[in-house]
Ligand binder design. Structure first.
Ligand SMILES: [Zn+2]
Ligand SMILES: [Zn+2]
Length: 250
């Protein structure tokens, strides 16, 4: 059978319907009926303490900034992560349920966790938040881009009096890539992602808006950081001054 967009839409609707039945609201951590991830469990989640350079991993740096020796070879100015995957099991589970069991509501506590952690840093404040884009096929299947929902929730908590604009209309992902989790080695991941992102069609307008700006690139997780780096390359080429990856878990 040839899969077409009708099938993808049908699957996506059936899946949303099933998600509601299969996952009645209960906290992933304690089972309380108040939320999928309750305030108490969220507060108890251990935050990442020591940050190392996202590229060499060997230098302790404040807030995950790219170290001086790696900086000349990379577009990203750093990756800040709120928690460490293996130390924050509840958050790791929440991210999984959010993305693969399609529980959109989890964007709220996860975005809040990220905003609260990032607000304690001294990173240059963002002019705009750019969620890492999904390929249109994956977006259509999942029904939402988890990074966009995270960025909105982040923005609502981070500086509520002056919310940082979420710009999901600047970057596009035009190559359908394997899920990062399925491409094992760092080399494979890089190959998988090469030239996967670009600016939207009206590049002149986008460049005008991006020139000299500080961008925080939002995503749920970063493993090698290759996805964030590829996005950062495009943004830097368009004239962005600083790009920091801001992720819930690494
Ligand atoms: Zn709980
Ligand atoms: Zn380094």
């Amino acid at each position: 059978m040839k899969i077409n967009t009708y099938h993808i839409d049908f699957l996506s609707h059936t899946r949303d319907f099933l998600a509601d039945i299969l996952f009645p609201r209960a906290c992933i951590g304690c089972g309380s009926r108040s939320a999928y991830l309750c305030d108490t469990c969220l507060r108890a989640t251990p935050r990442k303490q020591d940050h190392t350079c996202p590229f060499c991993g060997s230098v302790l740096v404040p807030e995950g900034r790219t170290c001086l020796s790696c900086a000349p070879h990379h577009a990203l100015d750093g990756i800040f992560s709120a928690v460490v995957f293996r130390d924050a099991i509840i958050v790791a589970q929440a991210i999984h349920v959010f993305k693969y069991e399609y529980i959109r509501e989890l964007a709220v506590p996860l975005g809040m966790l990220l905003a609260e952690s990032a607000s304690r840093t001294e990173l240059p404040l963002p002019d705009i938040l750019v969620p890492v884009p999904l390929h249109p096929w994956r977006l259509r299947y999942r029904g939402f881009n988890q990074s966009v929902l995270l960025a909105r929730s982040f923005s609502a908590t981070f500086m509520p009096e002056l919310p940082v604009p979420v710009r999901e209309d600047l970057l596009v992902r035009h190559r359908f890539t394997l899920p990062q989790a399925k491409s094992r080695t760092a080399k494979e991941r890089r190959k998988n992602l090469k030239d996967a992102f670009s600016l939207v069609k009206d590049t002149r307008q986008a460049k005008k808006e991006l020139k000299g700006k500080t961008v925080w690139l939002l995503d749920d997780v970063a493993t090698t950081g290759a996805t964030l780096e590829e996005c950062a390359k495009v943004l830097k080429k368009a004239g962005v001054k600083k790009v920091f990856g801001i992720v819930v878990a690494r």
